[in-house]
Design a protein around this ligand. Structure first.
Ligand code: FES
Length: 75
């Protein structure tokens, strides 16, 4: 994954920065706004931010849910 483009123009937040924030635990638009500043100015990027967020969560979420399943089945 090395594509880089700005999702939030106002705060120069790239899709890469959003993926990075999700890797650090962001799970919502609010988390991303807090961590990267995206969506805090004009707000026109929020829809696009959500798309990238959903994509990043889908990529990051699968190993986590597998881990959780494993823990549950062992417990
Ligand atoms: Fe993100 Fe304006 S483009 S707040």
């Amino acid at each position: 994954y090395d594509q880089r483009m700005y999702i939030c123009i106002c705060n120069a937040v790239s899709d890469k920065a959003i993926h990075q924030a999700v890797g650090e635990g962001a799970t919502s638009i609010r988390d991303l706004s807090f961590m990267t500043g995206c969506g805090t100015q004009c707000g026109s990027c929020v829809k696009h931010v959500r798309e990238v967020l959903d994509q990043a969560l889908a990529e990051a979420g699968e190993p986590r849910s597998q881990l959780r399943l494993q823990v549950i089945s062992q417990g």
